[in-house]
Design a protein around this ligand. Structure first.
Ligand SMILES: Nc1nc2c(ncn2[C@@H]2O[C@H](COP(=O)(O)OP(=O)(O)OP(=O)(O)O)[C@@H](O)[C@H]2O)c(=O)[nH]1
Ligand SMILES: [Mg+2]
Length: 252
């Protein structure tokens, strides 16, 4: 079974791209299903179901949706095997941009939209940096020049990615993406022993466990304090920060 992880910020067009791409497979005798992960609420499962796709919804509630993803992906894989799927697509919640629930053996797709701002590719981190494919949506709303600048910003973060410009409304570009996915996504027969491409965001501090009080006395576990004001911070304040120094600051 081919496993394709589709991640990206909220409302970037993940569901639209998945639906339009699955439509291009309609003539083929393959069974496709989608597992949608989210935090509090989603109606994507109903949209997929109406389109005739097999679907599972997974809401993480108070947990980080990508920690929840990695703790449950094996169960989702087993469900997909029971459903006899040929292609399993997972759609992430895509909340903090730091998350990247990409598996080594699975095709990793990051969906990002032209409207999100030219600084966004640098903000996304491993979800964009470690993707095999970057799908850029909403090109219909911006000019050709803006599309080019945006895709060059994406390439500056991930030089080896295949970039697909896709219109999530009309499906323009999805034939090429659909064919590429079927040709290039590897078949996986089990997830046990697979690894993530990048570690999940760190957690487990008192606030993860329900603490609500403010103050050093209540902060235990994996806590990171702001560095004292340094020359680096001052340069930041003058608008001179660079991507490299920001990454050093975050430890990424
Ligand atoms: N103009 C335009 N709108 C788009 C395009 N792709 C998606 N949209 C619209 O963008 C909105 C969000 O699209 P979704 O596909 O639901 O985005 P998503 O990333 O799945 O959203 P979440 O699952 O809620 O994070 C919808 O109103 C889509 O119709 C596009 O290429 N152009
Ligand atoms: Mg969606």
């Amino acid at each position: 079974m081919k496993v394709i992880s589709v991640c990206g910020p909220p409302s970037a067009g993940k569901t639209s791209v998945i639906l339009r791409t699955a439509e291009t497979w309609a003539a083929q005798p393959l069974r496709a299903g989608v597992a949608k992960f989210d935090c509090l609420f989603t109606e994507d499962d109903q949209i997929y179901s109406k389109a005739g796709l097999h679907v599972r919804k997974a809401l993480s509630g108070p947990l980080c949706p990508d920690h929840y993803f990695v703790s449950n992906i094996e169960e989702i894989f087993d469900w997909a095997v029971q459903e006899n799927l040929d292609v399993l697509i997972t759609e992430s919640a895509g909340l903090c941009n730091r998350c990247s629930p990409f598996l080594q053996g699975a095709m990793a797709v990051c969906v990002i939209d032209n409207l999100s701002g030219i600084g966004t590719p640098k903000k996304i981190g491993p979800m964009l940096r470690t993707a095999d494919i970057v799908v850029i949506t909403k090109g219909d709303i911006v000019s050709q020049a803006e599309r080019e600048v945006f895709s060059s910003r994406v390439l500056a973060v991930n030089k080896s990615a295949y970039i697909f410009q896709i219109n999530g409304l009309t499906g323009q570009g999805t034939h090429e993406l659909g064919r590429f996915l079927l040709d290039e996504a590897r078949d996986i027969d089990k997830l046990d022993g697979q690894t993530l491409r990048f570690p999940m965001p760190a957690a487990v501090c008192s606030y993860c466990l329900g603490e609500t009080r403010i103050g050093a006395d209540y902060q235990i576990g994996n806590i990171r304090k702001l560095r004292p004001s340094t020359a680096h911070n001052i340069a930041d304040n003058r608008g001179k920060s660079s991507h490299k120094s920001d990454l050093q600051e975050t430890g990424l």
